[in-house]
Design a protein around this ligand. Structure first.
Ligand SMILES: NC(=O)C1=CN([C@@H]2O[C@H](COP(=O)(O)OP(=O)(O)OC[C@H]3O[C@@H](n4cnc5c(N)ncnc54)[C@H](O)[C@@H]3O)[C@@H](O)[C@H]2O)[C@H](O)CC1
Ligand SMILES: [K+]
Length: 519
């Protein structure tokens, strides 16, 4: 899905109103309906809702949600914050509609001291007086994509009240106070923002949600389809994509009845060293689970029995050294290579690694110490070239070794794009929304994955997966995208089976399932 800026989303909105056609209040109704459907799926009637509404269309969405929830028998209170004189037409219309729903009290707030009198202010009281209410959830529909400047006065006070309420907070479209376009974001200026547990955003994620500095205010992100007209999209230019199921499914090549292992490539992984054989084992297992026909793992000699025992499906290639790889074998007959996980940064390893990369004519994934060594090579040997068809998979620290420090995540994103273009390599920066920068400047943000994956070993799993995909003949872009997406999906499945804190990299491997998904 193309990622759009707010101006483009507004145009898309207007296009839908004109071409579907649908009236603007009906479109708002659809947005409110999508949120309500989400809420009734996630909350029983033991929960009550306190809906904070601003005076624009985001507030209008809040009013629709309040009316619909009341229709389903939920207890709902609405707070209308009179932060300005102007109100949008669709807000006014929905406030009138709410007048016909007497069971929803509307509390008008014109100054900060009124906040203390709102329902649900005392969380402890609910425990003592069971009749006083149920567990209350705050819906944040104060401001959405329309914010033009940092919040002040009553809006800032209310945001502060919401953040300190101790309640679960669900933001509609955008956490109030957060600029939706990453270009507008500035942490030093935007200080009063809602910190949401969940953000229900319409149609497409907003670009600021994808960057850690700004996106951390969203909590869990859920993208709700409100049926904006798809004819609008082909005419649009965007060099940022959001990688979801619809993007991924058509990339997957089927396996045919008469295929044999030779059709799925022979992968070579060079990984592990004394104390880090786990990296080689994890990468190897993930590679095999991702469809490679054959796998050889190049390891120092002491690792030989370890790998043979831990991964019986793989062939093991002993290197000409005991503790660290020295790359005594060439990249010869293999279809694709994955290098770097746990190899260390010894001088002898660097020497062999440099020779190996220079001779390499096959697609390669470079990770971990392979990247640290590469950073050194690029600095000390200005003529050194990253092999053609490379996929680099750095985390933030490894990327800063390659491309220098960045002041914030958006600046880092620019470095990423520049680095991919300069070195004509695909660079996958790992994080909450991992981002693959292609040499042509397009950036692909991942939609899968969760914090359970923030553990040692999960990067080794990704290396193994992308290596397997390259070995099967996927081009570097598609191999990196499929690897990134299904790695996150495997992490999501693992986190459904046990608490996030208990998920380990081996669990992710068990959940790898690269196929057209029906869900
Ligand atoms: N296609 C869609 O995604 C749809 C989105 N909808 C919702 O509409 C809002 C955007 O509504 P808009 O009226 O343009 O803006 P807001 O409600 O976010 O803001 C209202 C208003 O507030 C003023 N304002 C802005 N910033 C500040 C500030 N810092 N301090 C004080 N006042 C401020 C300004 O005048 C704004 O115009 C979108 O997020 C969705 O929730 C539709 O409902 C359906 C289609
Ligand atoms: K909001």
């Amino acid at each position: 899905m193309k990622l759009l800026n707010i101006q483009q989303i507004r145009e898309w909105d207007a296009f839908t109103v004109r071409h579907e056609p649908v009236s603007s209040p009906d479109l708002m109704e659809r947005a409110g309906r999508a949120c309500t459907d989400y809420l009734i799926r996630h909350f029983s009637r033991e929960y009550a809702f306190l809906v904070f509404c601003g005076l624009g269309n985001n507030g209008g969405d809040g009013l629709v949600i309040a009316r619909l929830l009341a229709g389903y028998g939920y207890r709902v209170d609405v707070v209308v914050l009179k932060h300005a004189n102007r109100r949008s037409d669709d807000f006014s219309l929905n406030l009138k509609r709410l007048e016909n729903v007497p069971e929803v009290p509307v509390h008008e707030v014109v100054s900060g001291d009124q906040l203390a009198a709102l329902p649900g202010r005392d969380k402890n009281a609910e425990m003592q007086e069971p009749d006083s209410g149920s567990r209350m959830v705050i819906i944040d529909a104060l401001l959405g994509s329309g914010i033009s400047k940092p919040l002040e006065g009553l809006l800032a006070e209310t945001v502060n009240y919401i953040n300190n309420s101790g309640r679960q907070v669900i933001s509609i479209d955008v956490p109030t106070g957060l600029p939706a376009d990453i270009e507008q974001w500035n942490a030093a200026i935007y200080k009063n923002l809602v910190t949401a547990h969940t953000t229900l955003t319409f149609q497409v994620p907003k670009t600021s949600f994808l960057f850690p500095d700004a996106g951390r205010f969203c909590g869990t992100l859920s993208v709700l389809d409100i049926g904006l007209h798809t004819d609008f999209l082909p005419g649009l230019s965007s060099d940022m994509e959001y990688i979801d199921k619809a993007f991924i499914d058509p990339l997957i090549k089927p396996r045919h009845k008469f295929d044999h292992k030779g059709n799925f490539g022979h992968a070579l992984l060079v990984a592990g060293s004394r104390g880090k054989n786990g990296a080689a084992i994890l990468a190897a297992r993930a590679c095999l689970r991702s469809g490679a026909g054959l796998l050889s793992v190049g390891v120092p000699q002491h690792s030989y029995p370890i790998l043979q025992t831990a991964v019986p499906e793989a062939m093991v290639l002993p290197d000409n050294s005991d503790d660290y790889p020295v790359f005594s074998f060439g990249p010869g007959k293999y279809t694709a290579v994955g290098v770097g996980a746990g190899i260390g940064t010894e001088a002898k390893t660097l020497e062999g690694y440099k020779r190996f990369l220079q001779a390499l004519r096959k697609p390669v994934v470079i990770d971990a110490d392979g990247l640290n060594l590469l950073a050194g090579l690029l600095k000390t040997e200005p003529g050194f070239r990253i092999p053609e068809n490379s996929v680099l998979t750095p985390h933030v620290k490894e990327f800063s070794r390659l491309a220098g420090e960045a002041g914030n995540s958006y600046e880092r994103f620019h470095h990423l794009r520049e680095f991919a273009a300069t070195h004509q390599a695909h660079v996958l920066l790992k994080g909450a929304h991992s981002c693959l920068a292609a040499p042509d400047g397009t950036c692909y943000f991942n939609s899968t994955g969760n914090p359970a994956m923030a553990k040692g070993g999960s990067g080794d799993v990704l290396t193994g997966m992308i290596t397997a995909l390259l070995a099967q003949g996927y081009n570097p872009r598609d191999a990196a995208l499929l690897g990134m997406y299904f790695h996150g999906k495997a992490g999501d499945s693992a986190a459904r089976k046990r608490p996030a804190s208990a998920v380990i990299a081996s669990d992710i491997i068990e959940e790898i399932s690269i196929e057209v998904s029906t869900a």
